[in-house]
Design a protein. Structure first.
Ligand SMILES: Nc1ncnc2c1ncn2[C@@H]1O[C@H](COP(=O)(O)OP(=O)(O)OP(=O)(O)O)[C@@H](O)[C@H]1O
Length: 277
């Protein structure tokens, strides 16, 4: 379990980004972290990784605090940032430096992933393309077997086939004792992978729900299929209007993440009320 309690942080004291943020992340889940540009997704990942110090509050992974940066904390966390810098070394050399920090590092799985991504252990990280570097870093992260894996926009820079390889590898390396937290704007890249969905807005976690719970309470459909009094959010389309409405049936629809995101940001109270019914 990861507990974030009363976290307050800003890049300047006059402009607080997070005020008393509370978030609980449970093992066995691939959390999708969504938010508008500048909402604070990258900052939250850095705070969780202990790369930024909050003004107050704590990030606690199984009893170890981010602020202590103890070996017990650091060996359980791997962060895949959006911007990567690598030394002028080969993939295998970097592995020999990195793996000792992660006691559960799985070298066999790492080499399998590298091969699947079309990389060679002898390739120099420094000279690789952005997408290739991303693939190498994703492989290091997944193979590290840390309790927490943080990924900031991991599919940025990946070509179309690599995005589906990414989804496959993430699903394969998730386990009951790991927690993945993935920040993204590319919700379509991660559909059918991320669950629960966490949304940050105006310095708060405004949404943190599982897909099962969402579909029990809400329906994602077209306007003519629901009673207009149940509609919470409408998105005008050329052929038809898409809606998020109260689910008054026992049926489950497929969650449209883009629609959900827009509905949560524009109809916060109505969504909150629908979920609490
Ligand atoms: N180093 C910094 N110094 C000052 N302000 C910063 C710094 N980094 C980020 N910010 C500000 O903090 C806020 C949150 O930024 P952050 O990068 O965490 O957002 P984000 O949700 O990841 O955005 P995006 O979706 O555009 O990547 C923004 O208003 C941004 O301008």
């Amino acid at each position: 379990m990861i507990n974030i309690n009363n976290l307050t942080f800003g890049y300047s004291r006059r402009k607080i980004l997070y005020n008393d943020l509370e978030l609980e992340l449970k093992e066995g889940n691939i959390y999708g972290l969504l938010g508008e540009n500048g909402a604070g997704k990258s900052t939250l990942l850095m705070l969780i990784a202990g790369l930024k110090q909050p003004y107050s509050g704590t990030v606690n992974i199984s009893g170890h605090f981010a602020s202590d940066a103890s070996p017990e904390f650091l060996k359980e966390i791997f962060f895949i940032p959006e911007e990567m810098t690598f030394p002028n070394v080969t993939i295998e050399k970097y592995l020999s430096v990195l793996a000792p920090f992660y006691p559960k590092f799985d070298r066999t799985a790492f080499f399998e992933m590298i091969t699947e991504f079309g990389l060679e252990p002898t390739m120099n990280l420094h000279n690789m393309s952005y997408g290739q570097k991303k693939k190498a870093l994703i492989s290091y992260g997944l193979a590290s077997n840390t309790k927490l894996l943080l990924m900031d926009e991991p599919t940025n820079g990946l070509d179309i086939p690599s995005k589906s390889q990414f989804r496959k590898l993430v699903a394969k390396h998730m386990s009951d004792d790991r927690i993945f937290l993935i920040s993204t704007h590319q919700v379509r890249d991660l559909e059918s992978l991320i669950d629960p969905i966490v949304i940050v807005d105006s310095g708060k976690v405004v949404f943190n729900e599982t897909l099962d719970y969402i579909t029990e309470k809400l329906v994602f459909t077209v306007a003519e299929k629901v009673d207009q009094s149940d509609v919470i959010y409408t998105e005008r389309g050329v052929a038809e209007d898409k809606v998020v409405a109260l689910n008054t049936t026992e049926d489950f629809s497929r969650v449209n993440l883009e629609l959900l995101f827009n509905a949560v940001l524009t109809q916060k109270e109505a969504i909150k009320s629908a979920l609490s019914k």
